[in-house]
Design a protein around this ligand. Structure first.
Ligand SMILES: O=C(O)CCC(=O)C(=O)O
Ligand SMILES: [Fe+2]
Length: 623
């Protein structure tokens, strides 16, 4: 079977050990080496990079077995190890103790060791000079002694990180005015965005783990140490999911919480971290806990920790190098390419078994690489923010969507609204006439046959849902003019006016689009989640089911039941406790309305095609 037109690394004559070493030290050199071997396409590089990363991890594990984890601390895989051939001889010469260096970039970090994965203990600003005692490769050791008696290291040339030259050696007399003293640096250096942060819309950053050594400046002390539980946990600039993502942690990363001077170390549902500097929600949107307190003080750095630091450092560099110039456009294209791939897998049943297996493997490989995951998270945030922004701007007041209810459709009464507010969820059966429901289902089938329903790539990669979706506006050209789906959209939009008239306790607006979702059977599911949290504008979810009359929601039959339970804001702990769970079947013509911010829900595996239309009502404009 022809697996890939590109030869394997070995076929291309690569020294895999050599490349694996590069994978854990220098992304740019790795790329050059791969290009030289003829692996020029991004897709191939991603695949190979992930193979190499896995390889270097395996090697690191092997080594740690031989040496013992503690023994590896001083020669971790993230230190700046260059290939012998690429070394400039002069870099290796220790400098005389009188050598002086001046900062020629906006600022430089002083780190505990010779790698960007180590914690920053101080900073020098542009124009400042300092005396240097030693040079090792691309790093110099200032004579200064930093907080707690620590010695530090500064990078000389940041070209590898896309930062250009950072320091220049000068003669001492040039710079007596700009001379900086270590103690001043520690006190005065402000925390500020790095050059990388300024260049990237969203920064993916390695997570420096400070298990020993001085604390980040301005921190009162480590409050707690946590281990990251989720495969990918985003760190935000402020305690809001709408704020910028400043870092990404992956499972098993270790982080410190902190209490910055004069500020809270935690607000409801959020934990403040010292380094990476930022906020992390206690729970992910699905309600699962993200961090677990670590009772034991860590004395060493296990290799897996190092490996993950290194990987994220590489993601950061790779994003910058690959997408720096074209930015979001390219990211969006990449995002669409993943969707295409996910779609191919969806349609796998129709493919030859071998080809299908290959596609699945390739997709898993592409998505499991940290590079791909990093990009995916960047893309997804952009996509969600852009879509919500657009929807909020074009949302209408409920009164503008209201229509007169036809006698054969069931609207909401005051009693219904009261029930929704008390029970968080409301069910209306046979909300529209049977022929309309059936007509909607056939129109949905036809949209699906034309290929409009797409798998949401990010969710596929994270594995939390397996439906396919399309967003449609009432006036969309995709719809049959005056058809059944148009009527369903109008029906759903009009619910907002009835909610308001019925005394709903929050102002609402109506976004232009509904979402048509299809669970294909073959076990398609949606894991437990809450539709809206934090700054997400969605307040009320209305779902209308378009299954056929013979749908049987039992697990052993068609499945696809909606399981739901309530979780209030001040009771997030219950998100994963076994509290009272309800179950409802997706009957044809059934309308379910629920509070998007208090109802946790999941869709059980489906064994037959299951269509549903959802409209979310947004928070209304506040005067
Ligand atoms: O189709 C359903 O029953 C629920 C779907 C859902 O939870 C969602 O799309 O957010
Ligand atoms: Fe949902």
């Amino acid at each position: 079977m022809q697996r890939n037109a590109q030869p394997s690394l070995l076929e291309a004559g690569a020294d895999v050990d050599d490349l694996a070493r590069l994978a854990s030290s220098s992304m740019s050199e790795l790329r050059e080496r791969l290009k030289a071997l003829g692996f020029s396409k991004l897709g191939h590089r991603i695949k190979i990079e992930s193979e190499l990363i896995a390889l270097s991890r395996m090697k690191a594990r092997d080594d740690s077995h031989h040496d013992g984890i503690g023994a590896r601390r001083d020669r971790s895989p993230v230190t700046d190890r260059r290939q012998p051939g690429s070394r400039r001889e002069s870099d290796d010469q220790p400098v005389l103790s009188t050598a002086q260096f001046r900062v020629v970039s906006a600022f430089v970090n002083v780190r505990m060791r010779q790698s960007t994965a180590y914690e920053v203990i101080a900073q020098y600003d542009e124009g400042q000079s300092f005396e240097v005692e030693r040079r090792e490769g691309n790093w110099v050791q200032p004579c200064a002694v930093f907080g707690g008696g620590a010695r530090g290291w500064v990078m000389v040339d940041g070209a590898e990180l896309g930062l250009g030259r950072l320091l220049r050696q000068t003669s001492k007399s040039d710079d007596s005015l700009g001379e900086a003293h270590a103690s001043e640096v520690i006190r005065s250096a402000p925390r500020r965005p790095s050059a990388l942060q300024q260049r990237l819309p969203l920064l993916l950053r390695a997570v420096p783990v400070s298990s020993e050594g001085p604390l980040p400046r301005g921190t009162l002390g480590p409050v707690k140490r946590f281990v990251v539980l989720r495969p990918m946990t985003l760190i935000y600039a402020s305690p809001s999911r709408m704020s910028a993502v400043t870092a990404v942690c992956i499972q098993d990363d270790l982080v410190w919480s902190c209490e910055p001077q004069g500020e809270a170390g935690a607000v409801h549902g959020w934990q403040r971290l010292a380094d990476p500097d930022g906020w992390v929600p206690d729970h992910c949107p699905a309600g699962f806990q993200q961090l677990e307190p670590q009772p034991h003080v860590h004395t060493g750095r296990p290799d897996r920790e190092m490996a993950s630091l290194d990987l994220w450092g590489q993601v950061r560099v790779a994003v910058l190098q690959t997408f720096g110039a074209q930015g979001r456009m390219t990211l969006a294209q990449k995002f669409r390419a993943w969707e295409e791939e996910a779609l191919k897998v969806e349609r796998g049943a129709a493919m030859q078994p071998d080809a299908w297996k290959q596609t699945v493997e390739q997709r898993q490989l592409a998505q499991s690489s940290p590079f791909a995951q990093g990009l995916l998270s960047v893309c997804h945030r952009d996509v969600v923010l852009a879509a919500q922004d657009k929807a909020i701007r074009s949302a209408l007041s409920p009164s503008l969507c209201a229509m007169i209810r036809a006698p054969d459709e069931v609207g909401l009464t005051r009693g219904n609204v009261a029930e929704l507010q008390t029970n968080h969820l409301l069910i209306i059966d046979n909300a529209l006439p049977h022929n309309v429901v059936e007509g909607c289902r056939l129109e949905a089938e036809s949209l699906d046959a034309k290929g409009y329903l797409r798998p949401p790539a990010m969710h596929r990669a994270l594995g939390d849902r397996r439906d396919r979706l399309v967003g449609i506006e009432e006036k969309s050209e995709l719809l049959v003019p005056g058809g059944h789906l148009v009527r369903l959209i109008q029906y759903l939009k009009s619910l907002a006016a009835e909610l308001i008239d019925g005394g709903y306790n929050e102002a609402l607006t109506v976004p232009p689009s509904i979402m048509l979702a299809c669970y294909d059977g073959q076990g398609a599911f949606y894991k437990p989640h809450m539709d809206s949290m934090d700054d997400d504008p969605r307040l009320v979810t209305a779902i209308f089911y378009l299954v056929d009359d013979k749908w049987d929601g039992r697990l052993e039959a068609d499945g696809g039941n909606l399981i739901w339970w309530t979780v209030t804001e001040d009771d997030l702990e219950s998100a994963h406790s076994e509290r009272e769970k309800h179950q409802l079947e997706p009957k044809a013509g059934r309308l379910v309305v629920f509070n998007s911010r208090t109802v946790m829900h999941e869709v059980m595996p489906t064994h037959r095609k299951r269509f549903a239309v959802t409209l979310w009502f947004f928070r209304g404009a506040t005067p």
